[in-house]
Design a binder for this molecule. Structure first.
Ligand SMILES: O=P(O)(O)OC[C@H]1O[C@](O)(COP(=O)(O)O)[C@@H](O)[C@@H]1O
Ligand SMILES: [Mg+2]
Ligand SMILES: [Mg+2]
Length: 335
């Protein structure tokens, strides 16, 4: 099977999905349709974000989500839009969303797929016109069709993902995803309402000189991470931190770099969520030649036990992730 079809830049997302599906003689088209459903919801959310300042959709929604975080209006709007698109698409039986306490059963009992989604990532940047995103992971259900997805279907290890991706709503809007055969990026042309292949077969640089973490919390970081940050400064690395995981990840994916959200005194398991933030980006970065760990363990091999569990994240260029792990190992060895 020739997975590495040479598909030219400028190809529409639709045609790209179709061409890739042709490489799988037994493909039924359901995953392809699911990717299209996500792209469609992304276009709608992109429109809402672009004109957020004109409509009364900025600011807090007045409710907290299961993480105890103040929901922003656009968090809620994006959540509604993606759930509606996934429900109407018919391919998904159950959804895990950052904005929903429990798993959402769509009623599509014949649906073969589970989707874990962060409808809007970078919520603290929504109202200030800084890049934000959407992150998604797709799993095939293990249980028989004909009923709702089970917790066992929902709590699958990252290695079980059949696809993962993100949409970045930035100076341009892009969809970047993998189905396990490389990573491709598509740029949205709002004048045509289409995503076009702009970044084929993305490979992340093996090394870089950009580090991304919220140094404002450095006093509560583990000693090893403090030492790694000193190492970065001694080597004149550049600090870049947007505060939107998708945007920091995307920059480092293309240019090289490492993003670190460690465990802290306040958050022993870090802040980021395994099921709809870490697993998806870990799958993408590995497909692009990078690495993702919780400091000592490959993210994709972490056994999930809860829908909203958190885990520390070190992700990016492989040699930089190795370096961070080296510092962590030496701290562990010193204890
Ligand atoms: O403000 P902090 O502690 O640096 O956290 C920023 C991180 O939190 C997040 O905003 C969490 O994601 P959500 O916005 O989806 O809750 C990441 O995008 C970002 O990298
Ligand atoms: Mg997020
Ligand atoms: Mg979010």
């Amino acid at each position: 099977m020739n997975f590495n079809l040479a598909i030219p830049v400028g190809t529409t997302l639709d045609r790209f999905i179709m061409r890739k599906q042709e490489a799988f003689p037994f493909a039924t088209g359901e995953l392809s349709q699911l990717l299209r459903d996500i792209a469609l919801a992304g276009k709608i959310v992109n429109r809402e974000i672009n004109r957020a300042g004109l409509l009364d959709v900025t600011g807090a929604y007045g409710q907290q989500n299961v993480q105890g975080e103040e929901q922003q209006k656009l968090d809620v709007i994006a959540n509604i839009r993606f759930i509606r698109a996934l429900r109407n698409g018919g391919e998904v039986c159950t959804i895990i969303s950052e904005e929903e306490d429990e798993a959402i059963h769509t009623g599509n009992k014949k649906g073969k797929y589970i989707v874990a989604i962060d409808p809007l990532d970078g919520s603290s940047n929504i109202d200030v016109n800084v890049s934000i995103g959407t992150i998604f992971s797709i799993y095939r259900r293990k249980s028989e069709t004909g009923c709702d997805g089970t917790m066992e279907d929902c709590l699958q290890m990252g290695t079980q993902q059949v696809a993962a991706g993100y949409i970045i709503y930035g100076s341009s809007t892009m969809l970047v995803y993998t189905t396990g055969h490389g990573v491709n990026g598509f740029t949205y042309d709002p004048s045509l309402g289409e995503f076009f292949l702009s970044h084929p077969d993305i490979k992340t640089p093996a090394n870089g000189n950009v580090y991304s973490c919220n140094e404002g919390s450095v006093n509560s970081f583990p000693e090893s991470i403090k030492q790694y940050l000193n190492y970065c400064k001694e080597n004149n690395y550049s600090a870049r931190y947007i505060g939107s995981l998708v945007a920091d990840f995307h920059r480092n994916l293309l240019k090289g770099g490492v993003y670190i959200y460690p465990s802290t005194a306040k958050a022993p398991n870090g802040k980021l969520r395994l099921m709809y933030e870490c697993n998806a980006l870990a799958y993408i970065v590995e497909q692009a030649g990078g690495k993702a760990t919780n400091g000592s363990r490959r993210i994709l091999e972490i056994e999930p036990t809860e829908l909203h569990q958190r885990c520390p994240l070190v992700i990016g260029s492989p040699e930089m992730v190795d370096k961070v792990e080296e510092f962590i190992k030496s701290e562990v060895a010193a204890v």
